[in-house]
Design a protein around this ligand. Structure first.
Ligand SMILES: [Zn+2]
Ligand SMILES: [Zn+2]
Length: 287
């Protein structure tokens, strides 16, 4: 039981009725970590966050004891786009997202690296340059951008550890760039961590190429698609193609204990998240 309490485990929460409500919702099913969007993830428009919201979020943080919250950046942001207008909107929106995270006292902003039609190396350089520009535009920034590993769908970059390393290495403010593993994306990208041997190999590779200390968040999702499919389709834990052994290895991996893990499983009612969390906790061994 003691070990279970040291895990930072939760789920992606709705902010319906106000950002502060994400905390209460999470606490009601025992989350010790949560994730949310601060605004509609499919619209550019972002409302300013008022002082009363900032106060309400601080109160919610104190009341629930949930200190590990991360924000997922808008899906529209694409610093690697071929369209100048999209890049411009992306730079403005990402800067606002970071400023809002700072105002709310949130340390991590999860971002899909993006993609474009030109040569991947050029796309990655454009993304890194965009990240540099945004980070340099936010003085006294305390929020780290976590580049999430992608499934490798379409023209998206960031589906290999090498690409993620390349992206970070070309950002000037490296200390503000970390990584987020999404288990569904990792699997779809072709990394087989479903057996003890495979798991060890994948995480050793991560450590060699990216450094395990730069892994700051994990999205726990099973996958509807096969290993290496490059298709991003999340499934409930144990109901996809990854299998429970991978999640048992993850939940018992001591080097990952202090890393917040959140579910983004397709059934997003609180009871569904609670069921997935219960299953994950049942995999934690006592020794
Ligand atoms: Zn994501
Ligand atoms: Zn994810």
């Amino acid at each position: 039981m003691k070990k279970k309490n040291t895990q930072l485990l939760g789920a992606h929460m709705s902010i319906a009725g106000g950002i502060e409500n994400a905390y209460g919702r999470g606490a009601s099913i025992g989350c010790t970590a949560i994730q949310f969007f601060t605004h509609s993830n499919r619209q550019w428009a972002m409302k300013e966050i008022s002082d009363s919201t900032i106060r309400a979020v601080q109160e919610a943080q104190n009341k629930t004891g949930i200190t590990h919250a991360m924000v997922h950046a808008s899906y529209l942001i694409n610093l690697g786009s071929d369209t100048a207008a999209t890049v411009k909107h992306s730079l403005i929106t990402l800067k606002k997202e970071i400023e809002q995270c700072n105002a709310l006292g949130i340390n991590y902003l999860v971002l899909h690296p993006g993609g474009g039609k030109s040569d991947p190396q050029k796309v990655m350089q454009q993304i890194s340059a965009g990240l540099t520009e945004v980070l340099q535009g936010v003085p006294h920034n305390k929020t780290m951008i976590l580049l999430e590993i992608m499934a490798g769908q379409g023209s998206h970059v960031g589906s290999t550890f090498e690409e993620l390393a390349y992206l970070r290495s070309n950002v000037h403010e490296k200390k503000n760039i970390g990584f987020c593993i999404d288990t569904c994306h990792l699997w779809a990208a072709g990394y087989d961590f479903s057996t003890e041997k495979g798991y060890k190999k994948v995480f050793e590779e991560f450590d060699t190429i990216l450094g395990i200390s730069h892994l700051k968040a994990i999205h726990l999702n099973d996958s509807k698609q096969k290993l290496g499919s490059h298709v991003d389709r999340h499934a409930e834990i144990g109901e996809g193609t990854i299998g429970l052994e991978a999640f048992r290895l993850l939940m018992n991996d001591k080097q990952l204990y202090s890393i917040p893990k959140v579910l983004e499983t397709p059934k997003d009612e609180l009871e569904d998240y609670a069921r997935n969390m219960h299953l994950l906790y049942s995999l934690v061994s006592d020794n």
